[in-house]
Design a protein around this ligand. Structure first.
Ligand code: 6GU
Length: 270
């Protein structure tokens, strides 16, 4: 196993022997969710030797271990992004760690810009697939043979079974769930209108700066994945409004109650 991964794993195992079944990554503005679960223990990222720590405000940095219903979970409250300057291997290290801690299932969440004309700010979009060609693959470099194969299949990154779980959860929560393809670009700048048109032609429905790389790393090691985007704003050119990170936070806050209900229902039935 990669040295850094091994060190981080050992560092966490010194603090807790908690074995999660489900891993959850919380996106921008959605971090509050972790405060509301039955917390067993938390580990700040700064306590983990060699662990990448986020610089963006609005991102707390810790693992929360606990229970959603009866389900043992590990939650990343705050993630690092590629645009912060970390190598991709560091960006996906936390995801891999959660897999190594025992989580076989991963629920990815993020804030994203809407490309699909039928989307409105505040909508939730379940990821049916992604386009990750805008960022380097996190699997570039020597293959971590103990995690997965050199040339991993990506034909079902977002598990059809978990997609059904998410649809049913949304239906039970009476949430009008959208579905679509997530495009990851590097950021930190938002896209130009021409870039957004390109994403649309590619087949994208939402655009963001995280998630697809994490999904690739998780799929590489055989985790079963689900993904939800909170459409916090419309992408450039789709709306006439200028883009502002404040809107991302405000929309995420506005829908946080529905987000909590939805995620809880998903985890309880996953
Ligand atoms: Cl419009 N673009 C990207 N890349 N990320 C976002 C976004 C847009 N809105 C929220 N996150």
């Amino acid at each position: 196993m990669e040295k850094k991964l091994q060190t981080c794993l050992a560092s966490i195992r010194e603090k807790t022997d908690f074995k999660p079944e489900v891993a959850l990554i919380l996106g921008s503005g959605l971090g509050d969710y972790a405060d509301g679960i039955q917390i067993e223990t938390t580990v700040d990222y700064t306590e983990i030797e060699g662990f990448p720590v986020s610089t963006v405000t609005g991102h707390k940095g810790r693992f929360v271990f606990g229970y959603v219903g009866d389900v043992p979970v590990v939650i990343m409250q705050g993630r690092v992004h590629y645009y912060e300057g970390y190598p991709m291997s560091d960006v996906v290290l936390p995801t891999r760690l959660m897999g190594l801690l025992g989580a076989k299932k991963l629920l990815l969440t993020n804030a994203a810009g809407g490309i699909n004309e039928n989307f409105r700010p505040g909508d939730f979009m379940m990821l049916t697939d992604h386009i990750a060609t805008g960022v380097p693959s996190p699997l570039i470099g020597p293959n971590l043979d103990d995690l997965g194969p050199r040339f991993p299949d990506m034909s079902e990154v977002y598990s059809h079974r978990i997609q059904d779980v998410i649809r049913n959860a949304a239906s039970e929560c009476e949430i009008d769930l959208k579905e679509g393809v997530y495009v990851q670009l590097t950021g930190p700048n938002y896209e130009t209108p021409a870039e957004v048109r390109m994403c649309k032609i590619w087949g994208g429905d939402a655009v963001g700066m995280s998630t697809a790389c994490e999904a690739m790393a998780a799929r590489h090691m055989g985790m079963e994945i689900g993904g939800i985007s909170c459409i916090t704003n419309l992408a450039a050119g789709i709306s006439k409004e200028k883009l502002d990170h404040k809107e991302v936070q405000e929309t995420a806050d506005r829908v946080s109650k529905d987000f909590k209900r939805l995620v809880t229902k998903i985890i309880e039935t996953i």
